[in-house]
Design a protein around this ligand. Structure first.
Ligand code: AHR
Length: 322
């Protein structure tokens, strides 16, 4: 609405024949006034994947001349809810929300809806109906990622493995769906056994710590690791090596994301494969906003295209990875 208003003023000023320096200044002021303002609530910004996602949103906003108000919840769900309330108070035109957990954002979605601010869920789901409680979800298909990880592991382990699963943050849609998709495949194989499943919070230090404790208390030999993201897989590799094991030889490891260190680990034959979770969602997010402004229909879930990284292609992508 503000944009149309600005445009009408510009047309009026030109058609009424006003000219000179003061006209240009007036136009610039009005255009600045009409600049779209978008709020971005990021759950945390402390890993290669999150930083890549944040930078993608920031640089795309800048490219399009959109003012971005960035809020980092630093991993704290309460703060993230308050961040959304702040963005609502700021009367931004759109809210982009990367929610840490699935269940906890009902009130925040309701408040944004009451304030008539369209809200886009980014990279993870939050409970609610697309088109009703929020505009759309732009994210990878986490179930598919879990299924791919399982298929790869089944093949690499010859249908027989004792698997340690390092899960992501409990209650996050990424952890819920990656566990679900994995089991949908693994459960079809009698000799593919999950011997331990523990959260390592999607981070490297916890991946190492949790893996160390599983190694210490294991009852069965560990022959495979499925990590819900690369950071935890790299932590697990460090723990396995410190315990005298040989990741890539006596333990097959598969994870998700496709970050630079994971591609390096594939090249070093320590990580078997990584299923991509593309963090570069800035362009598609702002395309959605522009299309929505024009009144176009927006699909309820816009799925990112993800590839699979293995020894076959890791070298090709490692330099450009984040
Ligand atoms: O929601 C996407 C996941 O969140 C990424 O796989 C992970 O690295 C991040 O923490």
């Amino acid at each position: 609405m503000r944009k149309i208003y600005s445009l009408l003023i510009v047309i009026f000023l030109f058609t009424t024949g006003c000219g000179g320096q003061s006209l240009r200044q007036e136009i610039e002021e009005k255009t600045e006034e009409g600049k779209m303002r978008v709020g971005f609530s990021q759950m945390e910004n402390n890993s290669p994947w999150r930083i890549a996602e944040t930078n993608s949103i920031k640089s795309e906003a800048e490219k399009r001349g959109i003012e971005l108000i960035f809020m980092d919840a630093e991993g704290d769900v309460e703060k993230q809810i308050n961040d959304i309330k702040y963005l609502i108070d700021q009367k931004v035109d759109y809210i982009i929300l990367a929610p840490k957990l699935y269940e906890e954002f009902g009130e925040a979605l309701r408040l944004a809806k009451e304030a008539k601010i369209p809200l886009i869920l980014l990279d993870r789901k939050a409970k609610g109906e697309p088109g009703e409680d929020y505009l759309t979800l732009i994210a990878s298909d986490f179930i598919w990622q879990g299924q791919q990880a399982a298929n790869i592991l089944v093949e690499a382990a010859n249908e027989e493995a004792y698997i340690v699963e390092l899960t992501g943050t409990e209650g996050s849609s990424a952890a819920i769906d990656r566990a679900k998709g994995f089991r949908e495949i693994i459960d079809q194989y009698e000799n593919m056994t999950i011997i331990a499943s523990e959260s390592a919070e999607f981070n490297r230090a916890d991946g190492k710590r949790v893996m160390e404790s599983i190694i210490r208390y294991r009852e069965k030999k560990i022959t495979a690791v499925y990590a819900h993201n690369d950071e935890m897989a790299i932590g697990a590799i460090q723990a396995l090596k410190a315990a005298g094991m040989h990741p890539g030889q006596d333990v097959v490891i598969v994870s998700i994301d496709g970050e630079k260190d994971a591609l390096k680990a594939i090249i070093a034959n320590e990580l078997y494969a990584s299923i991509e979770c593309n963090p570069f969602m800035g362009p598609v997010t702002f395309d959605v906003i522009e299309r929505h402004q024009k009144g176009e229909e927006i699909a309820p879930h816009i799925v990112s295209e993800d590839r699979i990284y293995t020894i076959e292609n890791a070298i090709r992508y490692v330099d450009s990875a984040y």
